[in-house]
Design a protein around this ligand. Structure first.
Ligand code: HEM
Length: 499
């Protein structure tokens, strides 16, 4: 009898919740992603997010349902460039959602990416501008060039050893070494690990996997912390460490050693982010967290973009040879200004960033307490609103055939209206106060690595019978979490160029 009463009460509460969510909640007039979405974010959003499908499914729903779609009881997805500009404008009152961004915090010290308080964020960003501003980034050319040349050697060894090269892990090793050398003063040794052991450095692989685990961390933070605590207690008691925990411990030791070396005038590296930031600008431990946190957004994005561009060039010999001849005519420059003034290089890199859409996250923001009008619709304060910058990069009006790698769309550009539309929709680094601080760093890295790899190697498709084809590459199938991950390897052959 008791059980029956309890069941009736639970059922009644569920019906009340359902009726309230669908008919009386302040968001009830906004179309829902599914009948379950208004009741709980775990019923529609989480499963889609967990499968790496949420950013792939939502644009299709927006096409049917309009610019605002309800994806949870107090959560909206928006897809409209004017709303995007409103939410992400400089000085915007829409703050980063602490529930999501706090999951990126390292050692209890929020870094630029995970700081959600606008004042604290602006201050940290001012400090970091010293290293990331357009005028400072060209000083990084020499360091990047050394890493790219070392990477060239890895490509030679892998070509001889394996024949085919999978560009995703290989490019990730290069970018991990560049970003870690910039951040800590010394490269983490990702290229050396592939060279000597033929294996990806575990911590770099783990960092990549972290992106796919984010939906778990943000939706079940306490559960994840409990499981992590239990696993690490078990490891400490038994002395048996899972490889992911072991690699995390090694990374922590390595990072602490870098900090010690930085603080000792005798061993300090010539230049590094850690050296500039530690002590003088922020607490040493905060600077260390900042350097560690940078490894994620700095590595996956640029490396996936480089891998996609090289793969696309392998399928289009005339495009590749045209680019090589323009680079040779410019005498293979290595400084930023000369590189960015080669139109074909600039077009391949801009198109590569657009086409790859590496930073796929939905960038959740909280509507200010006074509420806001989004696309003519009143949205109450406290609602979480989100949109992925990569949706605008695939806008079919601004970028016809968006899934095709077509650098020519950035050349000539005689149609002024189309050019304006494209400029408006080109938001791979987002906009406003929290837009990517590494934008100039990323462009320099991509210009330099692409040109220096092409200087030494001819990139050929994995199917060697297609060597002379001229094909516009189509975006490989993928899953999207914080970053986009192709489902299959991106393989190419390399042959040394005879220049
Ligand atoms: C193609 C390459 C890249 C793309 C597409 C990209 C994209 C983005 C996007 C969309 C954001 C905004 C995130 C948000 O609002 O939550 C962001 C932020 C950020 N990115 Fe990048 N990024 C790239 C490369 C880099 C590199 C190379 C670095 C560092 C070396 C970097 C460091 C950061 C940091 C620290 C932030 C946080 C900025 C802030 O909150 O003020 N990124 N990036």
């Amino acid at each position: 009898m008791g059980l029956l009463v309890l069941s009736c009460v639970v059922l009644a509460l569920a019906i009340i919740k359902l009726v309230y969510a669908h008919f009386f909640s302040p968001l009830s007039h906004i179309p829902s992603a599914s009948v379950l979405a208004p009741i709980s974010r775990l019923l529609w959003e989480f499963p889609a997010e967990h499968r790496g499908q949420v950013t792939l499914a939502l644009p299709k729903l927006h096409k049917k349902l309009g610019p605002l779609v309800r994806i949870g009881p107090k959560r909206l997805s928006f897809y409209d460039i004017d709303i995007y500009k409103q939410v992400h404008k400089p000085g915007s009152a829409f703050v980063k959602d602490p529930r999501v961004y706090s999951q990126f915090v390292q050692d209890g010290h929020p870094a630029l990416f995970s700081i959600t308080d606008p004042k604290e964020h602006a201050l940290r960003r001012r400090h970091m501008g010293l290293l990331f501003n357009r005028s400072r980034v060209p000083f990084l050319s020499q360091m990047m060039l050394e890493e790219v040349l070392h990477f060239g050697e890895l490509l030679r060894v892998l070509s001889t050893r394996n024949g085919l090269i999978d560009l995703i892990p290989t490019c990730r090793a290069l970018e991990a070494d560049i970003v870690s050398r910039f951040a800590f003063g010394n490269a983490i040794g990702a290229v050396d690990s592939l060279l000597s052991a033929g294996k990806e450095l575990q911590i770099i692989r783990e960092n990549d996997l972290q992106s796919s685990k984010m939906p778990l961390y943000t939706n079940f933070p306490s559960l994840v912390k409990t499981v992590q605590f239990l696993l690490s207690t078990f490891s400490n008691l038994t002395g048996r460490y899972r490889s992911s925990l072991e690699s995390q411990i090694k990374f922590e030791e390595w990072a602490n050693d870098q900090l010690k070396a930085t603080l000792d005038p005798e061993t300090a590296p010539g230049k590094s982010f850690l050296k500039v930031m530690a002590g003088a600008r922020i607490l040493e431990q905060c600077a260390l967290s900042e350097a560690k946190e940078m490894l994620g957004p700095g590595t996956d994005t640029t490396s996936a973009t480089l891998a996609h561009i090289l793969w696309a060039l392998s399928l289009n010999k005339p495009l590749q040879e045209g680019l090589v001849s323009d680079l040779a005519a410019a005498k293979w420059p290595t400084d930023m200004t000369a590189l960015e003034s080669i139109p074909t290089l600039m077009a391949c890199v801009m198109e590569g960033i657009r086409w790859t859409g590496a930073a796929a996250a939905m960038l959740p923001r909280i509507v200010p307490p006074s509420g806001a009008v989004l696309g003519g619709i009143q949205v109450p304060g406290g609602t979480m609103v989100s949109s992925s910058p990569i949706w605008y990069l695939r806008d079919e009006t601004a970028f016809p055939d968006p899934d095709r790698f077509r650098p020519s769309r950035w050349l000539g550009r005689n149609n002024k209206d189309l050019a304006t539309l494209q400029n408006e929709h080109y938001v791979p680094f987002s906009k406003g106060a929290s837009s990517c601080v590494g934008i100039h760093f990323a462009y320099l890295e991509l210009y330099l690595s692409l040109s220096q790899i092409l200087r030494r190697y001819c990139i050929e498709p994995s199917d060697i019978s297609m060597v002379d084809i001229e094909c516009e590459a189509i975006l490989p199938p993928r899953r999207e979490w914080v970053s986009a991950v192709p489902i299959s390897p991106l393989r190419v052959h390399l042959s040394e160029r005879d220049l």
